[in-house]
Design a protein. Structure first.
Length: 272
């Protein structure tokens, strides 16, 4: 019996055979596919798929993660489409099912979930050795994080402004931050994909704000700058809180980026 791998939607996928043509609608997955040495099989990606920079330039764009160009994907004749529950619209994916034979759904919610993500794609695309290599690197980082102790910090991780938006505790970002004992506030769970996972906040009606030790302004999806930090530091509502920029890619991108991302957080959490 041929090996099969089960994706986040519960669909079992057999090892791809014959000509393989992959379109990825997930930036971090595109990067992971290159890390699995699938360069020759990647035929389409979104405009937000920017890593690895020297290789993605050769891959045609098919719109954005949500504003997808259906006709562009059809013209590429993909055998496999990689999507993500948080990042891609379900209606778009359902439309693509009409002509894409294999749709692989991903939904990592913790850094540890990357191990099954590596195995999933490694099995489907016959890159098991490369997947094991990535798993060893990630496991080493996870062991390093577990072996170290960090003081507890309540953090507000901001991803957008006008309106201000943050992350629920059951998101991948919040799980990454927990590796260094940073607990996100407010204490909310997002549940199913949607706005609840990335709630809007009103600083004038946020009693929990008094408990926040550190405010982190992410570089994506909104590109916060030092000017935004300086503005918040002048706001009396945030007096006494540490306010700083943080690399959103290293914290929110799963896949191969998680290995570097955990090292980045370990360094940040240990800094005075």
């Amino acid at each position: 019996m041929r090996p099969r791998a089960v994706d986040a939607a519960g669909v079992a996928h057999e090892v791809a055979g014959g000509e393989v043509r992959i379109v990825s609608l997930v930036p971090s997955i595109t990067e992971l596919l290159f890390a699995l040495e699938l360069d020759g099989q990647i035929v389409g990606r979104t405009g937000f798929c920017v890593h690895p920079r020297d290789k993605v330039r050769q891959v045609p764009k098919v719109g954005g993660t949500k504003a997808v160009n259906i006709d562009a994907i059809r013209a590429l004749r993909p055998t496999h489409l990689i999507v993500n529950i948080d990042e891609n619209e379900r209606d778009t994916v359902d439309t693509l099912r009409a002509f894409v034979p294999h749709i692989v759904v991903t939904h990592p919610l913790t850094p540890q979930d990357n191990l099954s993500l590596y195995a999933l794609l490694g099995t489907i695309f016959n890159r098991e050795q490369e997947a094991r290599r990535l798993s060893k690197a990630l496991e080493a980082r996870l062991h390093e994080a577990a072996a170290r102790a960090f003081p507890a910090q309540n953090v507000l991780y901001l991803i957008w402004r006008e309106p201000w938006m943050t992350v629920a505790r059951d998101t991948y970002i919040a799980a990454m931050l927990r590796l260094v004992n940073w607990r996100t506030l407010p204490d909310v769970q997002g549940g199913a994909a949607g706005a609840a996972r990335y709630p809007t906040i009103d600083f004038d009606h946020a009693p929990w704000l008094a408990e926040v030790d550190r405010i982190l302004l992410a570089s994506e999806p909104y590109r916060f700058t030092q000017a935004h930090c300086d503005t918040l530091k002048r706001d009396p509502r945030f007096a006494g809180k540490r306010i700083e920029l943080i690399d959103g890619e290293l914290v929110s991108w799963y896949g191969v980026r998680a290995v570097e991302g955990i090292g980045y957080l370990l360094h940040r959490a240990a800094a005075p």
